[in-house]
Ligand binder design. Structure first.
Ligand code: C2E
Ligand code: CA
Ligand code: CA
Length: 435
């Protein structure tokens, strides 16, 4: 559409430029440009206008880095190659660099050229962009690192208020900064389909058979690698992204369970985690009901795992939401039970189904008498309230025996299986795997 090289071609260019620079002892600069409010334009003016803008943008970028014969008082002009990586992301590759100041000059010229209003369907649109820059060989020695560093620097430029350029620096690898980069990446992860699910069996303690699986989200990022939910879930909660992520998990998990049922395996339940953030939404119940309905799975096979922190909120409202969920057949499970600080009186107010005893107690039931007493008490209390008790993080035979003797109902943990891809669960179901 823009007539520019795409990602693949760009990588080839970069590869060649590195070879050349190594041989001739030169520097290269990689400029990573991302428009600041492109989505906004697309949403308000439509995709045709967005496309026009991208074409015009490509033209301006090409013009800004075209080699001219004039030698300005600042020194010779640098020539560059512009590529489009996709969406509103462009790269500019500058080779034959003598001094870094020349790179700054090009970056400034690009930002200036972009800042002139664009004319789109009779509207004057003012656009800005943020640029991150990495230098070969100073920053990265290969294309993967050069791209990653330029991308990192670009997020820094955004963080600093957009409409500016930043050179990559080592300190951008700080933990705080890594979080920031991850946030940018997290926004794109859903549309790039980088999430997938693992499932961990929940096993009936007396029969040793699988009665359900918990869906646990995984994020495979092309450069960051496998990112643990322990690090991205809190970030997703902070940014609100947890809502679409959990909805995707719910949809995917219910569809998978429906497939297992359709394949003729004995039906099992599916458990998904629902962040406390959902409870600030209006029509939560409708949203869940619709997703489950669209997958065709009977809601009686769904358990929603929520943490105690949810229960200390607006009690009146919650009672209604819970009743509605029960009304369509969904079960409710309290996750990490015992770690919250809420009052126990809510346990009888809400129509709950399962208490999931937190791993921190289970881990120590055979070594610490306090944890053993708490676990026993939770199981007893659950039964007195007509709830079931599920122990998570069960790793050893000894822990299992303790739970069996104390009449816990269900367990989950490495002793039976780690969280597994769907195909592995299919195998378990086919072979009738039991403890
Ligand atoms: P969680 O809901 O308490 O999940 C249990 C965690 O314990 C999982 O970690 C699981 O892999 C791990 N685990 C299971 N059995 C054992 C065991 O025997 N020993 C040990 N040491 N660990 C065990 P994971 O998958 O890393 O998930 C971490 C947390 O991230 C979850 O804790 C949950 O709070 C959150 N999470 C995961 N998926 C989702 C999701 O789709 N939505 C939301 N909102 N949160 C999620
Ligand atoms: Ca859980
Ligand atoms: Ca848990």
């Amino acid at each position: 559409m823009t007539g520019l090289p795409n990602r693949t071609l760009f990588k080839e260019h970069l590869e060649r430029a590195i070879l050349y620079a190594t041989r001739h002892k030169k520097m290269i600069a990689l400029l990573f440009l991302d428009m600041d409010r492109f989505k906004n334009i697309n949403d308000t003016l439509g995709h045709d206008a967005g496309d026009k803008l991208l074409k015009e943008m490509a033209e301006r970028l090409k013009t800004s880095v075209r080699k001219t014969d004039s030698v300005s008082h600042e020194g010779p002009e640098l020539a560059g190659t512009v590529s489009r990586l996709g969406g509103d992301e462009f790269t500019i590759l500058l080779s034959d660099i003598v001094q870094i100041q020349d790179v700054s000059r090009v970056a400034r010229r690009i930002l200036e050229s972009i800042s002139q209003p664009f004319l789109l369907d009779g509207h004057e649109i003012v656009i800005t962009a943020s640029i991150g820059i990495s230098i070969y060989p100073n920053d990265g020695a290969d294309i993967v690192h050069l791209i990653k560093d330029a991308d990192t620097a670009m997020y820094r430029a955004k963080e600093l208020g957009k409409n500016n350029f930043q050179f990559y620096t080592q300190s951008m690898n700080d933990k705080a900064f890594a979080l920031l980069v991850m946030e940018g990446q997290l926004y794109k992860a859903l549309e790039r389909e980088e999430f997938f699910l693992h499932y961990q069996p929940q096993v009936d303690i007396r029969t040793g058979r699988i009665i359900g699986v918990e869906a646990l989200v995984r994020w495979q990022h092309p450069e960051l690698g496998m990112v643990s939910p322990a690090s991205f879930i809190p970030l997703a909660e902070e940014t609100g992204l947890i809502i679409p992520i959990d909805e995707w998990v719910l949809k995917t998990a219910c569809s998978q369970n429906k497939r297992w049922q359709a394949a003729g395996f004995p039906p099992i339940k599916i458990s998904t985690n629902l962040s406390a953030k959902h409870f600030a939404r209006k029509n939560l119940m409708e949203a869940i009901a619709k997703i489950v309905h669209d997958t065709g799975m009977d809601p009686h096979y769904l358990d929603l795992e929520i943490t105690e922190s949810v229960l200390v909120r607006n009690v009146g409202e919650l009672i209604i939401i819970f009743q509605e969920l029960k009304g369509i057949g969904v079960s409710l499970l309290i996750d990490d039970f015992g770690t919250g600080y809420s009052s126990l009186s809510y346990l009888k107010k809400f129509s709950l189904d399962v208490l999931k005893i937190d791993q921190s107690f289970v881990r120590e039931i055979t070594t610490d008498s306090g944890s053993a007493a708490i676990t026993k008490t939770i199981i007893e209390m659950a039964h007195n309230l007509n709830l079931r008790a599920l122990a998570e993080g069960v790793e050893t035979e000894e822990q299992f025996t303790f739970l069996l003797e104390n009449e816990c109902d269900v367990f989950q943990g490495y002793l039976f299986s780690k969280p597994q891809p769907a195909e592995e669960i299919t195998r378990f179901l086919r072979d009738g795997k039991s403890l």
